[in-house]
Write a protein that binds this ligand. Structure first.
Ligand code: ATP
Length: 208
């Protein structure tokens, strides 16, 4: 039977495909994200958004203080990243509980952002794409990887962190080898920025 309502049905906007963009510390994922934006594709920066959300969302503030103590926020009411990082760095269980508070809020924020997008491809930058199995919620995953010694050098130059501090962070992250096995697309960032840009453009304009 003919659907008499079909003409009045509102056309759904085409939904964007989400590409999960990830990489270990100092891999160059933020640099790639900026190249992607220059090519006209929107990028959602999960880690940056999380930093904003922990300051803006009162419900979250209460929960984080309950978990980690009042010192999680300074006298101005701002999230004390250093305090929190030190507190959870060597306590897997506490880190897990903190993530259980923050990640659902970031997920909601991302869904709201995604609903406003009109481009056929959008990118979600997140350090923990594979660790949190967020790749399963993405159309494809894009990994930026580089040799450990190159990543270490770049982060030492960028942040002034010591070799040992960076090594300690790397040890806690999933190995590059395991990430490479999981990724749909891989950018090898072992040379210069021109090469990085060229690889980025080649891959993103190829995604169907
Ligand atoms: P993090 O997870 O630590 O935030 P990231 O994966 O986002 O790191 P970037 O911040 O993009 O990495 O890159 C790390 C540093 O290395 C930055 O200072 C960036 O400018 C520099 N860098 C990245 N790729 C290259 C390259 N191919 N040549 C030279 N410098 C680079």
């Amino acid at each position: 039977m003919e659907d008499l309502h079909s003409e009045t049905k509102k056309a759904e906007p085409p939904s964007s495909k989400v590409i999960g963009l990830t990489g270990g510390i100092g891999s160059g994922k933020t640099t790639v994200a900026h190249f992607i934006e220059e090519c006209g594709f929107p990028v959602y920066y999960s880690d940056d958004r999380a930093k904003t959300i922990v300051n803006d969302n009162d419900e979250l503030k209460v929960k984080i203080k309950e978990l980690l103590g009042e010192e999680s926020y300074d006298e101005k009411g701002l999230y004390d990243r250093k305090f929190v990082a030190e507190k959870v760095f060597n306590d897997k269980d506490l880190l897990h509980q903190l993530n259980e508070i923050i990640h659902p809020a970031v997920r909601i924020d991302f869904e709201e952002w995604l609903a406003k997008q009109t481009k056929y491809l959008v990118f979600k930058e997140t350090a923990l794409l594979f660790e949190l199995k967020l790749n399963k919620q993405c159309y494809k995953s894009l990994l930026v990887t580089a040799e450990d010694n190159i990543r270490t050098k770049r982060v030492m130059d960028r942040d002034g962190k010591t070799y040992r501090e960076i090594e300690a962070i790397m040890e806690k992250q999933m190995s590059e080898k395991d990430k490479i096995k999981l990724a749909d697309y891989i950018i090898y960032n072992n040379t210069n920025l021109e090469d990085l840009k060229e690889q980025t453009e080649r891959i993103i304009f190829d995604i169907e």
